[in-house]
Design a protein around this ligand. Structure first.
Ligand code: R5P
Length: 294
């Protein structure tokens, strides 16, 4: 029971100190509720303002993917050096130790597998908001197909995820997919990223492209870039460096990490670019040093 006698008298009201009135450090997100900002702060490092997301959700459409044959073997050694784990609930529950303190980006939609001619029907929900909360998701990811047959369906899924996430303070990542019939050009990425942000995504995942600066400037919320198909390590680091220099707030990278000759060295090198301002050249030297020191 609270004491009503003998208590110290409260007297230090710091009358000379103005209350902190700082805006939130992530663009376009100052209006969000405290819980959502807190989750976003687990995703984007408040010091650098950026994030390293490790994507290993490929199995949801690709089945067993090169480098991800055994998630329980490949992923845990990389986890210390990333901010976010992006995966399906099945992968997390079966292969990732729940003791991790990393933020989770939970993929909440399914789509047609790569066996189909065109994977852009838009799919449906693979996980509802209660499951996302149960998984302790820091955000939910929805794949979208702008300019493809699945556009309308995927935007509906995105809208419903944003609605549910807003109710419980969970941010939504809008993912730009590029269908076979679409050109990977500035015009497309300007269109797609803006549509996802205006539909309510808290941040958007896209691909690096020419004039990326314009794409980043025109998107009112943070952008992160996917890595895409495996390319040589120095080129992947250059892509990450350019993206960050031109306005991206991080990477959500999969194959260029887990298919690398040295996934751990690559994860660490990417983190140097994203969080510590390393140039691509410096980061590649760092990668080689780590790889050769084994
Ligand atoms: C997106 O739909 C995929 O599932 C991956 O999350 C994404 O493409 C990032 O991985 P990667 O860097 O291999 O492209």
């Amino acid at each position: 029971m609270a004491d009503n006698q003998g208590n110290k008298v409260a007297k230090d009201y710091h009358l000379d100190v103005k209350p902190a009135q700082e805006g939130f450090y992530l663009k376009g997100l100052n209006h969000c509720d405290w819980g959502m900002k807190n989750r976003l702060s687990r995703i984007f490092n408040p010091k650098s303002g950026n994030t390293v997301m490790l994507a290993f959700d490929h199995g949801y459409i690709m089945g067993s993917t090169a480098g991800l044959e055994r998630l329980d073997v490949t992923i845990p050694p990389l986890m210390d050096d990333v901010d976010v784990l992006m995966a399906t609930r099945g992968a997390l529950r079966s292969c990732i130790p729940p003791t991790t303190d990393k933020a989770l980006c939970l993929r909440v939609t399914y789509d047609s597998s790569v066996v189909k001619e065109e994977m852009s029907a838009g799919g449906g929900f693979s996980c509802d908001i209660e499951n996302a909360i149960r998984m302790n998701a820091a955000c939910m990811a929805v794949q979208t197909f702008i300019g493809a047959p699945g556009e309308s369906n995927s935007l509906e899924l995105l809208s419903r995820t944003v609605d549910a996430g807003t109710k419980y303070g969970i941010p939504t990542l809008g993912v730009v997919a590029v269908g076979k019939q679409m050109a990977r050009d500035t015009r497309f990425f300007l269109l797609a990223t803006r549509i996802l942000a205006e539909t309510g995504a808290s941040f958007v995942k896209t691909y690096y492209c020419e004039d990326f600066e314009k794409v980043a400037a025109a998107c009112p919320v943070p952008l992160v870039i996917a890595g895409g198909k495996k390319i040589p390590e120095d080129e992947a680091l250059t892509m990450a460096y350019r993206a960050i220099s031109e306005g991206a707030h991080g990477v959500d990278m999969g194959r260029n990490i887990f298919q690398s000759e040295d996934p751990l060295a690559m994860t660490k090198a990417i983190a140097k670019v994203v969080h510590e301002g390393y140039t691509d050249k410096l980061a590649y030297e760092y990668f080689l040093d780590l790889k050769n020191s084994k």
